[in-house]
Design a protein around this ligand. Structure first.
Ligand code: PGA
Length: 253
């Protein structure tokens, strides 16, 4: 059974104290809501990951995620954070291959595959991001590009492993721009991604894979997106920094 997931990606926002405040506000609002089996994920900066982990410890269906990792376990890699360190904070997920990492830090598909492998080896779950920039969509090459990102980033995994991966489709032109993909555009790509998995790993694996949409998702458009048959939730940037908006999105299934 694939899971419904709403994951907040805070990016480089929120100090340690601000992170505590935002999680507490969100949990307080959630206490008055019934969001069923939806899984909620907070992804604060590394500096707040342990504290956030302790605030949500043992809460049903609420988890924390790192926004990045390095693939080596330890050693002389100044500035990097390993999956072992991430796991020790209590985190369960790691976002891999966000378009900002690909664009500003030149992360390649090959490096992302190493990161995905390291995350899996640690018993954590990757939230693997894919998505095309505007010029690629305008040239109608978006399916081709996303297929390449997925094949090179996660198709080294076994059939058992692949069904544990969470995929986030985030068209780069919709991230932080206020320009959301239409329900149909998003559904079309999600169905395409699920078909890729089915062709490579079989229908069961494809049916069990959660595929999230990301890019200017907010309470006002989440319902339309989440009602699409192949959209299993969202990876939320800006709106996850406002507790009421983030909870509003969780209520949109
Ligand atoms: P946004 O970001 O919701 O602010 O567009 C989404 C993301 O980058 O994960």
């Amino acid at each position: 059974m694939r899971k419904k997931i709403v994951a907040g990606n805070w990016k480089m926002n929120k100090s340690h104290d601000e992170s505590v405040k935002l999680v507490n506000e969100t949990l307080q609002l959630l206490a008055n809501e019934n969001i069923g089996d939806t899984i909620v994920i907070f992804s604060p900066p590394f500096t707040a990951l342990e504290r956030v982990g302790s605030l949500i410890h043992n809460r049903k269906n609420i988890f924390s995620a790192a926004q990045n990792c390095y693939w080596e376990k330890s050693g002389a890699y100044t500035g990097e954070i390993s999956t072992t360190m991430i796991k020790a904070t209590g985190a369960s997920y790691v976002i891999i291959g966000h378009s900002e990492r690909r664009q500003y830090f030149n992360e390649t598909n090959e490096q992302l595959a190493l990161k995905v492998n390291a995350v899996m080896a640690e018993g954590l779950t990757p939230i693997f991001c894919c998505g095309e920039p505007l010029d690629v969509r305008e040239a109608s090459k978006h399916e081709q590009l996303v297929e390449e990102q997925i094949r090179k980033g996660i198709f080294q995994l076994t059939k058992d492993e692949i069904a544990q991966v969470v995929i986030a489709y985030e068209p780069v032109w919709a991230i932080g721009t206020g320009k959301v993909a239409t329900d149909e555009e998003a559904q079309q790509m999600h169905a395409f991604i699920r078909k890729l998995i089915a062709t490579e790993y079989g229908n069961e694996a494809a049916e069990n894979t959660s595929i999230l949409y990301g890019g200017s998702c907010k309470p006002s458009n989440a319902k339309g997106l989440f009602s699409q048959p192949d959209i299993d939730g969202g990876l939320i940037g800006g709106a996850s920094l406002v507790a009421a908006d983030f909870v509003g999105i969780m209520k949109s299934f």
